[in-house]
Design a protein around this ligand. Structure first.
Ligand code: GLN
Length: 480
């Protein structure tokens, strides 16, 4: 079974025809994971997992299909660590809503993918369980924080994975690994059971090789949920209906800030090719401007860190997770458990967030960032008055080298300049492969849509996928 050339529909047909069984599919995933151990894409794999009994291949395309889950989404009975020492012995007693829905669709859930600790990072170097390698070049990072999910797809361990995206954590690793990734509209998918980072920004989404596969998984996990009041009651359309549609007349905005010198020339060239292809097919290309782009990084890092510092208060060594030894009193338990349990980057965010929320600085930092956030949202709303999608590069560079940026947090944060806005404004956004850089590393093409208009994002991504057929390429770092 070569998952690099399969997709959910092809697997479904083979399962229905009986040419392959769900047990064999699961075994194929386990074998692939074993063969790609050097990538370190997985934290926990349950070798005793079993596909559902009584699979109904007609009722569900996901029936019997193995799906990878980022390790910040809780899975009943399957260890969930958020790649942190503080949760490294945590076995949840319930399933996240998205997991319940995947189970209902009879997908096979058997393992958890590596990530940056608590989803904080852009390189997957912040994991307590070690870094992840990029299958296109093992000396490079896979991006983050959903680096494990992205590497698992790019190397063919599975055809679909769940990830989470607070400031780019699905799209940036998708771009770095030459695969597709979509963060739906804020409020499209329930966050119940997603280990919280920045609650006003977090959204669960899907990473796949093929655009259609992501639409099929999103069909299953999206929609209202009594456990999460931020999920919209709006009906969920069939996302596959947007695929294969003509892009003639599609109004495509290209912000000039996204194609500036700050973006590597080869990345820009690969992105421009896709824009030209859209234009040649009859899309209307409009150059636009997003003047607040220069403020998105500080705005995001203040808001995300503030929310994180509050969300992470619950890890105190008392209720669950790691507890430090040799403690003298209750305060000592809190102090030592948190000091020893959290990694460097998580502590940095807790300190930054606590500072930004503290009495004397709240107005100057958190409030101010919230105001700028509103202005950033307006920037986007204005563009969507006359456009269906906004496109550009997903990242300013292709995957950087392991160790290259980890010592310089500001440089690392600045990497996120192109992905963060979609989270601040709650927009659906995806990354689809555009081509290769001069160094043979994948380049991502980002597509953003108006809130709850995933349809235009899927339509555009599908067009790009069909026009450049990047999915036919195999990562150069994989052994034959
Ligand atoms: N790189 C960003 C951060 O570290 C985004 C992470 C994410 O989307 N979870 O905050």
């Amino acid at each position: 079974m070569d998952y690099l050339t399969e997709n959910i529909d092809s697997l479904n047909q083979k399962l229905a025809a009986g040419t392959v069984s769900a047990d064999e599919l699961l075994q194929a995933s386990l074998d692939q994971i074993d063969a790609h151990k050097n990538l370190n894409a997985w934290i926990t794999v349950d070798k005793d997992a079993k596909p559902d009994a009584d699979l109904d291949f007609k009722a569900s395309k996901l029936a019997g299909v193995p799906i990878a889950i980022k390790d910040n989404i809780v899975t009943k009975g399957l260890r969930t660590t958020a790649a942190s020492h503080i949760l490294d012995n945590f076995v949840p007693v319930y399933d996240a809503t998205v997991i319940k829905r995947l189970h209902k669709a009879q997908a096979t859930i058997f393992g958890k993918t590596n990530m940056d600790e608590f989803a904080m990072g852009s390189s997957n170097e912040n994991s307590y369980f070690g870094l992840v390698r990029n299958p296109w070049n093992l000396d490079h990072v896979p991006g983050g924080s959903s680096g494990g999910s992205a590497a698992a797809i790019a190397s063919g361990d599975v055809v679909a994975a769940l990830g989470s995206d607070t400031g780019g954590s699905i799209r940036q690793p998708a771009a770095f690994n030459g695969i597709f990734g979509i963060k739906p509209t804020y409020g499209r998918v329930s966050r119940w059971g997603l280990i919280a980072f920045g609650s006003s920004l977090d959204q669960i989404g899907v990473l796949t090789k093929r655009v259609r596969d992501a639409a099929e998984v999103l069909n299953v996990i999206a929609g209202p949920d009594d456990h999460d009041a931020t999920v919209s009651e709006r009906p969920v359309p069939d996302f596959t209906a947007a695929l294969g549609k003509d892009v003639k007349g599609l109004r495509v905005a290209v912000p000039k800030e996204y194609m500036s010198d700050a973006v590597d020339a080869d990345v820009r060239a690969a992105v421009q090719k896709q824009i030209d292809a859209l234009q040649a097919a009859g899309a209307i290309i409009n150059e636009v401007t997003l003047p607040y782009t220069k403020y998105v990084v500080p705005t995001y890092y203040l808001i995300a860190s503030s929310e994180a510092s509050s969300n992470l208060q619950r890890y105190d060594g008392i209720r669950y997770g790691f507890r430090a030894k040799d403690t003298k009193n209750l305060m000592d338990v809190y102090l030592k458990s948190r000091s020893e349990g959290f990694g460097e980057e998580v502590k940095r965010r807790i300190m930054l967030g606590s500072f930004a929320l503290s009495a004397g600085y709240y107005d100057a930092y958190f409030m101010q960032a919230s105001r700028v956030r509103t202005l950033i949202c307006r920037d986007f709303d204005n563009i969507f008055k006359d456009n269906d999608v906004i496109v550009g590069p997903t990242t300013t560079t292709p995957a950087f080298k392991i160790g290259e940026e980890i010592q310089d947090p500001v440089k690392m944060y600045n990497n996120d300049i192109l992905t963060i806005s979609a989270n601040l404004a709650g927009l659906p956004a995806a990354s689809v492969p555009a081509g290769l850089s001069d160094d043979g590393l994948p380049v991502g093409f980002q597509i953003m849509g108006q809130r709850f208009d995933e349809a235009h994002v899927f339509q555009t991504a599908d067009f790009i996928e069909c026009s450049n057929k990047f999915y036919q390429q195999k990562p150069a770092g994989l052994e034959d």
